[in-house]
Structure formats: C-alpha cells, structure tokens
Design a protein around this ligand. Structure first.
Ligand SMILES: Nc1nc2c(c(=O)[nH]1)N[C@H]1C(S)=C(S)[C@@H](COP(=O)(O)O)O[C@H]1N2
Ligand SMILES: [Mo]
Length: 215
C-alpha cells in the first residue's frame, strides 16, 4: 500500500485537478488510515437498500437493493482525499456509480438546493446540490480496483474529492433532497458547513455569513 509521492507521479495520478500543491495545512499520508466515528456496521445484503427521498421531482421515493445498485453503470474517478485532521492521500482510484447517475435516475424537484447524505447509524453529511452534482462525486464500491473493505465503507461510500473527506460518508444508505440547508453529523459538531480544503474551511467558527444555516 501507499502511493508514490514524487511530484511527477503526483501529477500523473491526479488528472482532474488543476492544483499542483496540497491544500493548505495538509501533509501526505502513506498507507490508508481508517478514520470514522463509531463502530463499523455489519453489511446485511437482504436488509440493505439505497434510498432517495425528500423533495424528489415526482414526489415519490426511490429504492435500490444492493444487487440493483451495483448493477448501475460503473465508472472510475481518480482523486485525492483530504481529511480535516490534516492528512491527505493522493491519486486514489475510486470505482462505482457517479452521483450524477443517481441524480439522473431519481431527480430532485427544481426547488432542491441541498442534499443530506445518510449512512448507517444515522451518520449524515450535508452538501450543496452543486457539490453533490460534481462530475467527480462518486458512490464508490471499489478502491484501486479492489472492493472496499468493511472499515473503509463496504459496500458503499460517497466520495466528493473537492471537499474534506467527512463530506463523503462511508456505509452510505441514501440521500435526502432538501429545499433548505441543514447541518449533518460533523457540521453540527464544530466542523465547517461547506468544508472546502483549498479554502481551509475546517471549523464552524470560520464560517462566513451565507456559508451555513444558523447554529
Ligand atoms: N459513516 C461515516 N463516514 C465517514 C466518517 C464517519 O465518521 N462516519 N468519517 C469521514 C472522515 S472524517 C474521513 S477522513 C473518511 C475516512 O475514510 P477512510 O477511513 O476510508 O480513510 O471517512 C469519512 N466518512
Ligand atoms: Mo476526516
């Protein structure tokens, strides 16, 4: 494990971003640490469902079984991962279903501005619809060609590479379309509502008017 850290390989491994440097305050991590709150959930395929609910275009909800969800078109996205605790991993190849595919198959109503991403045990993270709709946002089932391990989010994790990694829940189970912003798990607990690593938006106290709902 571990990615080459030379500059040339960094550029080769990171085709999508224009940034040649690490985000401010970040350092490179070799290997792949496990970072999350709470226990690792057990995957029970017969009970697993990916749900789209909230303010959908047709007013209904949409559910995919694990078999159905993993049968959706598979793509890869190569991206860096930036944890707010200051480690970054470069050039990770995620494989899975683009968030844009979910938006297409179960579209939000026109009034929707934000998405709450829900995971096992009630973990959640809120995103602006535009961040969720990014062409690099992916519901990943694989990393570097291998299925995710349990501790890294199997069977499914969201990856939103242009934001800090907590904005990508592991063990994700669904999304809720919202017409107003609402804070997710870490966003309610001192972390920045938007979480752009390039602007070093780590903590709530750094928020400016308009960055997030009233606390
Ligand atoms: N469900 C869930 N997903 C989560 C978290 C969490 O606490 N719970 N932590 C996030 C954080 S802070 C990071 S840095 C990444 C870490 O992913 P990794 O453990 O695969 O490195 O997962 C994110 N996804
Ligand atoms: Mo993190």
């Amino acid at each position: 494990m571990g990615h080459p850290v030379g500059r040339a390989s960094r550029h080769a491994a990171q085709p999508y971003t224009a940034h040649p440097e690490l985000p401010p305050g970040q350092r490179l991590q070799r290997g792949w640490p496990v970072t999350h709150y709470g226990p690792v959930p057990k995957f029970r395929p017969e009970r697993w469902e990916f749900r789209v609910f909230g303010i959908t275009a047709d007013g209904g909800t949409r559910g995919w079984t694990h078999e159905q969800f993993t049968a959706l078109p598979y793509t890869t996205v190569t991206a860096d991962l930036h944890c707010v605790t200051k480690f970054s991993m470069l050039g990770v190849e995620w494989g899975g279903v683009p968030a844009a595919t979910v938006l297409e198959l179960a579209p939000p109503a026109p009034a929707v501005t934000h998405v709450m991403v829900w995971a096992e045990y009630g973990f959640s993270s809120n995103l602006r619809l535009a961040d969720f709709a990014s062409e690099h946002a992916i519901f990943a089932t694989h990393k570097d060609g291998e299925p995710l391990t349990a501790e890294h989010g199997f069977p499914l994790r969201l990856v939103v590479p242009h934001l800090y990694a907590w904005k990508g829940p592991k063990w994700v189970r669904g999304i809720e379309y919202m017409t107003a912003d609402r804070r997710g798990f870490w966003e309610e607990r001192g972390y920045h509502n938007i979480g752009d690593p390039w602007r070093e938006q780590r903590y709530t106290y750094q928020e400016e008017p308009g960055d997030g709902p009233e606390l």
